[in-house]
Design a binder for this molecule. Structure first.
Ligand SMILES: Cc1ncc(COP(=O)(O)O)c(C=O)c1O
Length: 384
C-alpha cells in the first residue's frame, strides 16, 4: 500500500476520484499498547469495529491476541490470525453458527442472554465440559452515543435464574455487559458493576470471569471525554469489590477506543451551495455515525493552505446518494473559501466507518493509503 507523510502530501501527488481511507497503523499500535499496559486484565479487540488487515496487523504487533467476533464471516476472517483466541460475544446466534464456531473454529467462549440461547448452545455443542459461557446483563447507559441496553441483556430475577442455570453447564461462568458505545463518563461502568454485584450475590454462584465489553470513548473534537485512565480506575475499583474468586479473570473488548484514531477519511467537495458542501462519501458510506447519530467528526481542509487570514465558517455536508437523509448536519468548521475540487480530511474515522459503508447508488468504493502523521485528536497523549 502506498505511504505518505500526511493527507496533504498524498493530495500533492494525487487527485483521487474515490474517497480515500488514510490508515495510521502506528496509531492502532499506540492505542493497543496503552490498553495492554493500563487495563487491569485481558484486552480483546471487537473485530466488528474495523477489520482492515493493516490495522489488525498493528494491533497484533502490539500484542493483542484475543478478538470478539459477532458472526461466522467475522469468525472465518479472524480465525486466520495466528494464535488468536476468539470470543463469540453476540448474545443471539444461529444454531449453525454455534455448531461451526465450536467444532470448526475451536471457540469455547459464548455470550447468552436467555434460557433459549443456553439451550441452543448446549444442544449444538453437545454440552461439553469446556464451555466458557458469559451471561450478558442489562446495564443502564449513561452518556453513551449508542446505548445498547434495549437490544441485549437480561435483568431482574430472570438474570439471577439464568446465572444459576448456566453455572450448572459450563467450565467457566462469566458475566458480561456493554455500557453502550462512546460512553464519555465513567459512571456507566460504576453502575454496571453494582448490577453485576447484585446478581452474583442473588444467584450465589461462583463467577470465573467478568467481561466489561467495549464502550470506551474516542475523541472527536476539542472537548476531550473523561481520560481513559479514569475508566481504568473505575473498572479496577468495581472489579475489586465483586464477590468473585481470587483468580477471576477481567476482560475488556473495545472496538472504538482501540481503532478510531487509526483512520482518516479523505473526501472531495463536488459542489458548494452557500454553507452546504456536497461531498463524495456520506451516511450510506463511512459517515453513518455523522449522518444518523449526529457525531461531530473533526475536519480540516486537506489539499491546500487556507487563504491568508481567512475566517472559518460553519458548513453542513451532504453525501453523494440521492437520498435526503444522506446528510451530515454538523456544523463543520472549515475555511470560508472552501470550494468545489477541494478535499477534506475527516479524522478519527477508524471505528465503524469502513465497517458500515455500503454500496448504495454505486458508491462505497474507497482507496487506501497509509499516513505517517498523527491522528487529529488522541486519547493516548502524555496527559493520559
Ligand atoms: C459485544 C460487544 N463487545 C464490544 C463491542 C465494541 O464496543 P465499542 O466499539 O463501543 O468499544 C461491541 C459493539 O457493539 C459489542 O457489541
Amino acid at each position: 500500500m502506498d505511504r505518505y507523510a500526511s493527507a496533504r502530501a498524498y493530495l500533492q501527488a494525487h487527485r483521487p476520484d474515490k474517497p480515500v481511507f488514510g490508515l495510521r497503523p502506528h496509531a492502532a499500535g499506540v492505542a493497543a499498547r496503552w490498553f495492554l499496559k493500563h487495563f487491569p486484565g485481558e484486552v480483546a479487540y471487537a473485530y466488528k469495529a474495523n477489520s482492515a488487515v493493516f490495522l489488525i496487523g498493528a494491533l497484533y504487533g502490539a500484542g493483542i491476541r484475543a478478538f470478539d467476533v459477532a458472526s461466522i464471516p467475522e469468525l472465518e476472517d479472524a480465525s486466520t490470525i495466528p494464535e488468536a483466541t476468539l470470543h463469540y460475544m453476540h448474545p443471539i446466534k444461529s444454531r449453525q453458527a454455534i455448531k461451526r464456531a465450536y467444532f470448526e473454529y475451536g471457540v469455547r467462549c459464548f455470550a447468552l442472554d436467555s434460557e433459549d440461547e443456553l439451550e441452543k448452545i448446549l444442544t449444538e455443542t453437545g454440552s461439553p465440559d469446556d464451555l466458557e459461557l458469559f451471561v450478558r446483563l442489562t446495564v443502564p447507559a449513561r452518556n453513551s452515543s449508542i446505548p445498547l441496553e434495549r437490544k441485549f441483556g437480561i435483568e431482574g430475577e430472570a438474570a439471577t435464574a439464568l446465572l444459576m442455570r448456566t453455572r450448572q453447564h459450563c467450565d467457566t461462568l462469566g458475566v458480561c455487559f456493554h455500557v453502550g458505545s462512546h460512553t464519555v463518563t465513567t459512571d456507566a461502568y460504576e453502575l454496571a458493576f453494582n448490577t453485576v454485584r447484585h446478581h452474583i450475590v442473588e444467584a450465589g454462584v461462583v463467577v470465573d470471569a467478568i467481561d466489561v465489553g467495549g464502550g470506551f470513548p474516542s475523541q472527536y473534537g476539542p472537548n476531550a471525554p473523561t481520560p481513559l485512565i479514569d475508566f481504568m480506575r473505575a473498572i479496577s475499583h468495581g472489579f475489586d469489590n465483586l464477590p468473585v474468586s481470587h483468580d477471576c479473570r477481567l476482560i475488556c473488548e473495545p472496538g472504538r477506543a482501540l481503532i478510531a484514531e487509526a483512520e482518516s477519511l479523505i473526501v472531495r467537495v463536488d459542489a458548494r451551495r452557500g454553507q452546504e458542501l456536497f461531498i463524495n462519501d456520506g451516511g450510506y458510506g463511512a459517515l453513518f455515525d455523522a449522518a444518523q447519530l449526529d457525531f461531530m467528526l473533526p475536519v480540516r481542509l486537506a489539499n491546500r493552505e487556507p487563504d491568508a487570514g481567512e475566517e472559518m465558517q460553519s458548513f453542513e455536508m451532504w453525501g453523494p446518494t440521492c437520498d435526503s437523509i444522506d446528510h451530515m448536519k454538523g456544523p463543520y468548521q472549515l475555511p470560508a473559501s472552501i470550494r468545489e475540487g477541494d478535499y477534506i480530511e475527516i479524522g478519527n474515522m477508524g471505528a465503524y466507518g469502513r465497517a458500515i459503508a455500503g454500496g448504495f447508488n454505486g458508491y462505497g468504493r474507497y482507496l487506501d493509503v497509509i499516513l505517517d502523521d498523527e491522528p487529529m485528536y488522541t486519547m493516548f497523549g502524555e496527559a493520559q
